[in-house]
Design a protein around this ligand. Structure first.
Ligand SMILES: Cc1cc2nc3c(=O)[nH]c(=O)nc-3n(C[C@H](O)[C@H](O)[C@H](O)COP(=O)(O)OP(=O)(O)OC[C@H]3O[C@@H](n4cnc5c(N)ncnc54)[C@H](O)[C@@H]3O)c2cc1C
Length: 336
């Protein structure tokens, strides 16, 4: 604010003004035009309207690999026992966490199954962004003191999984994600109640007669998760759980349940940008930024990417030649 910034709260961008392959500004839902020297597009991985807008405006975007699966919830003491090799973690040790990964072959193709955003002493929370869909995510309060440990367990999704959605072009992954989330809503109760199954029943292919207590506030509905999850995801999750049970003795238990669907691990779309200038590959003055554009995977990396984009924009279009322009290529060839 001290540098002259203005915040517009409750102001949705509904269009991007482009002239001669250069952005001029944005249009808001209220119909106001806001013009400027450039746009840092950091609308997050759930801004489906923005991805659709870019596609509609012929601003080049591409489908990007991501991951989908379920969230698994164990009682925290089970994870503590495994990790601390002790019956009780006592007063001083924090709720323990884990990170798991396995490679699982299905129809001759090997893909990763891995834990994502593990939340010790945490909660499973609803994370849908539109009516008629169920999406779950996880969070831990700073005290990490809930009775449960939860984690996303997800399967890598890439081009071959998106083949049935080819007609959606760069929005293939987005459509795949959206359909799964809508089915998750329909198969449960048509509300934020999430479909769930005991992990052991899921692996055996048996519907759970009863579910376990959960941290997920809207509640759970017992379903046969194989009816919801695509076969390639369900198969790899089943095999993954067995492998995880060997890696962490006690992890594979009838005291854990899976909750669906964990579908927003990262953006299913990339908004490509030049590695050096961070400007869109085709449209000048447009700086795709953060998780939604495919350049960050968490709070800190998104914030740092925002800072770098702001520096590039100021350097290139606001005459701020005093801003140190660190070449990403020289600095870190693998970044961006
Ligand atoms: C439940 C939960 C727990 C998480 N826990 C962690 C964690 O512990 N650690 C971690 O590192 N990450 C965590 N994450 C991920 C983290 O929140 C994201 O990686 C990060 O916020 C991405 O930042 P971003 O700036 O790219 O996008 P976002 O934070 O998603 O910001 C995008 C912004 O753009 C706005 N926007 C979208 N469309 C429009 C439009 N058309 N017009 C105007 N504005 C628009 C949105 O309202 C939003 O404010 C968690 C996410 C969730 C959902």
């Amino acid at each position: 604010m001290s540098a002259g910034g203005e915040f517009y709260f409750d102001t949705k961008v509904t269009d991007i003004l482009v002239q001669h392959q250069e952005v001029k500004g944005v249009v808001t839902k209220q119909g106001d035009k806001i013009e400027g020297i450039g746009i840092i597009l950091a609308t997050g991985h759930s801004a489906r309207d923005i991805f659709e807008l870019l596609n509609y405006r012929n601003i080049y975007i591409e489908a990007k690999p991501f991951a989908m699966g379920v969230r698994i919830e164990h009682p925290q003491p089970i994870i503590d026992r495994i990790q601390y090799h002790s019956e009780d973690r006592g007063e001083y040790l924090p709720a323990s966490s884990y990170a798991l990964v396995a490679q699982v072959k299905h129809k001759g193709i090997e893909k990763g199954v891995f834990s994502f955003c593990m939340c010790p002493g945490g909660y499973i929370v609803p994370a849908a962004t539109a009516p008629g869909e169920v999406v779950v995510n996880g969070m831990s309060p700073s005290r990490r003191d809930s009775k449960y440990a939860n984690s996303g367990i997800v399967v890598a999704i890439d081009e071959d999984d998106m083949l049935p959605y080819q007609k959606y072009g760069p929005l293939a992954g987005l459509q795949m994600q959206r359909e799964l989330e809508q089915q998750a809503c329909q198969i449960a109760a048509g509300s934020q109640v999430a479909p769930a199954q005991l992990m052991s029943d899921f692996v055996k292919g048996k519907i759970s007669r009863e579910l376990l207590p959960t941290s997920y506030q809207p509640g759970l509905q017992s379903v046969q998760m194989t009816e919801l999850l695509p076969e390639n995801i369900a198969y790899r999750l089943k095999e993954g759980f067995k492998i995880f049970g060997q890696k962490m003795k006690g992890y594979f238990t009838d005291q854990a349940q899976i909750v669906g669907v964990e579908s927003r691990t990262s953006s299913p779309v990339r908004v490509p940008r030049d590695k050096e200038t961070l400007e869109h590959v085709q449209i000048k003055r447009l700086f795709p930024c953060g998780e939604g554009a495919g350049y960050a995977g968490g709070i800190v990396s998104a914030a740092m990417d925002g800072e770098r984009c702001a520096e590039r924009l100021a350097f290139m279009y606001a005459g701020r030649k005093d801003i140190t322009y660190v070449s990403l290529k020289e600095n870190n060839p693998s970044s961006a």
